[in-house]
Ligand binder design. Structure first.
Ligand code: GRF
Length: 203
């Protein structure tokens, strides 16, 4: 039997992407074990989802640290103890410094609700509507030191309708987020991702 890949997930809020990975883990052909879920917000609903699924959780509140280095040091300790092979950011609302990125080089993924490099940062769906694009989408990428700038693993387009609200577009995009994140984790687990500079080859 294939050894299970140990995944850590960082969250800050509702955790629907976490839930989709939890659901995928119920399938025996998806050799992933979520080893730990860490939130920087103690009230995040994502923590409840993890607990219901029997996954160990930790809260590392950034407000309790004088520096980002101290905050990330505490996260790294949890992740090392959980012996993770891959770290997934799923609605984690803090930018990572080189300290955390360097600790898990090319082993940190993030999901973003737009076709990067368009509309990085917060409120990507609102940015897309305000710009007037006809197509937006989803990107899963490896995390580097920038905000949503790392090498792109998978993308999927999602149409923007004339009568879209931010909420309607977000909902349409979210459906694809849940599929694409699991697909990207599967590619990683199967050893099919090769990073060459800015490009991620599917080998
Ligand atoms: C998603 O839209 C994701 O793309 C963005 O933050 C949101 C998190 O949603 N990075 P959820 O907490 O996974 O439901």
């Amino acid at each position: 039997m294939q050894k299970k890949t140990r995944v850590g997930v960082l969250v800050s809020d509702r955790g629907t992407n976490l839930q989709s990975i939890i659901n995928a883990c119920r399938d025996k052909s998806f050799p992933v074990q979520i080893a730990i879920v860490i939130s920087n917000v103690s009230s995040a609903y994502a923590l409840k989802r993890a607990k219901v699924a029997g996954i160990p959780t930790a809260v590392v509140d950034h407000n309790k640290f004088a520096s980002r280095s101290g905050f990330e040091g505490a996260i790294i300790q949890h992740l090392k103890k959980a012996k993770i092979d891959l770290l997934c950011l799923a609605g984690f609302m803090r930018v990572l410094s080189p300290k955390l990125v360097g600790a898990f080089k090319n082993k940190i993924m993030n999901i973003h609700p737009a076709l990067l490099p368009s509309f990085p940062g917060l409120h990507a769906q609102r940015q897309a509507l305000e710009h007037g694009v006809k197509v937006s989408g989803v990107t899963v990428h490896f995390v580097d030191e920038g905000t949503d700038t790392g090498p792109i693993i998978l993308q999927h387009p999602v149409p923007v309708m004339d009568d879209d609200t931010e909420e309607a577009l977000s909902k349409r995009i979210l459906k694809w987020e849940h599929k694409l994140y699991v697909d990207a984790v599967r590619l990683f687990v199967d050893g099919k991702l090769k990073v060459e500079g800015r490009r991620v080859l599917h080998v």
